[in-house]
Design a protein around this ligand. Structure first.
Ligand code: ACK
Length: 202
């Protein structure tokens, strides 16, 4: 009903403050710019292009669809307080999405619904056994035709795989390859992103 639609937000989440949006966006873009020049990446280029030898510009491959945020509860159309810093501990890229992994504190986990990882169990066996909060992420971009919900699923998929092969030491940390176009850069220094716990009505 209309009443329900206006009294329940589309989703709750932490929204990055605007200055931090730019900072996190630039860090991700720099990462993408470097990633697609690496020989190790070019070796697996077909994961992204479907064709060996074909080039890809990862900066253009992904588009940012929404204000940068970390969804806690998707309501599909209830308020908490407090500004909290989010700790971004990794950047990941797949042929579908680019995102940042968020590592929640014990306190932040109180705001995280217990069933978020289980919801994904249907399409992804194994993901329900991951620790609560594993799905916490910020969608930084989606490939054409891909919806943002995919980013958290891509993260869960990477986390449920055996640790990928270490491919390269980059300035920001170590880059691992997980097969099928899945890459994760574990940040040496987590990015501390000021954020506000809020709801979004769309
Ligand atoms: O990038 P995200 O985490 O993935 O943030 C957006 C936000 O809600 C608004 O589109 C997320 N989202 C969309 N559908 C779902 C769903 N079924 N379960 C969990 N999160 C969802 C999307």
């Amino acid at each position: 009903s209309l009443l329900e639609e206006t009294s329940f937000p589309l989703y709750f989440g932490w929204f990055l403050l605007s200055s931090v949006q730019v900072k996190v966006g630039c860090t991700a873009m720099d990462f993408l710019k470097t990633l697609d020049t690496l020989e190790a990446f070019k070796k697996h280029i077909a994961d992204f292009t479907g064709q060996a030898e074909k080039e890809v510009d990862l900066e253009e491959y992904f588009e940012t669809k929404e204000t940068l945020h970390c969804t806690t509860k998707f309501c599909n159309y209830g308020k908490a307080d407090g500004a909290k810093d989010l700790s971004l501990t990794a950047l990941f890229v797949t042929p579908r999405t680019v995102g940042a992994r968020v590592s929640l504190t014990e306190e932040q986990l109180q705001l995280w619904p217990a069933d978020t990882e289980k919801e994904s169990e249907v399409g992804m066996p194994g993901s329900a056994s991951l620790p609560v909060g594993s799905r916490a992420h910020i969608t930084l971009g989606c490939a054409a035709g891909v919806e943002p919900v995919q980013t958290g699923l891509d993260l869960l998929q990477i986390l449920s795989l055996p640790e990928g092969e270490a491919v390269e030491e980059m300035e920001l940390g170590s880059l691992r390859y997980y097969g099928e176009g899945r890459w994760m850069l574990s940040l040496r220094e987590p990015i501390c992103a000021a954020a506000c716990f809020s709801s979004f009505y769309g």
